[in-house]
Design a protein around this ligand. Structure first.
Ligand code: HEC
Length: 146
């Protein structure tokens, strides 16, 4: 009896894991969107001086970058090259080692920035370097949307 319940539990766990893995395109788009909302939103406005510097927002944006850099490589399995209105270019799978290295670099640089960014001045030094990660990868690996 206990054994049966255990097996049923494993099956359910297995099915829900498979379900989540079935939509890596939606997951990676949602992860990027989560990073982009702050990065292209409040962070961009702070850089332009349109809104005041807010350390909590900056920390949260950098933490999201660090986490995304770790989560993203697993969300580009071979069976997700097309579908779901993906903007990922075939280069992702043709140059997977370089692509994955870029995620690792983004995560490492964001983690370093968490210690380095203490105020507005240090944020303004770190931001353009962090931003290069986004731009350089999108240039090579994402369909241009403008
Ligand atoms: C290593 C490569 C890489 C890095 C680094 C990267 N991106 Fe992306 N990004 C992509 C790819 C590939 C897509 C397209 C995903 C898809 O449509 O399947 C994407 C999509 C996006 C999208 C669109 C999401 C949507 O709504 O579908 C946003 C916004 C975005 N990225 C923001 C950022 C920001 C901000 C950074 C830096 C903090 C960043 N990205 C860093 C590769 C990268």
């Amino acid at each position: 009896m206990i054994r049966k319940i255990f097996v049923a539990g494993l099956l359910i766990a297995g099915v829900s894991t498979a379900f989540a893995q079935n939509d890596p395109i939606a997951q990676r788009q949602a992860t990027m969107k989560g990073v982009g909302q702050l990065w292209y939103g409040d962070i961009g406005k702070m850089m332009k001086g349109e809104i005041p510097y807010n350390h909590a927002t900056v920390t949260s944006a950098i933490e999201k970058m660090a986490a995304a850099g770790k989560a993203m490589p697993a969300l580009f399995p071979d069976n997700s090259k097309t579908g779901g209105e993906t903007k990922a270019l075939p280069a992702v799978w043709e140059k997977k080692a370089d692509f994955d290295a870029r995620w690792a670099r983004m995560s490492t640089e964001a983690t370093a920035a968490m210690a380095a960014v203490k105020d507005e001045a240090s944020f303004k030094v770190a931001q353009p370097n962090l931003n290069k990660n986004c731009q350089e990868c999108h240039t090579t690996y994402r369909v241009r949307n403008n």
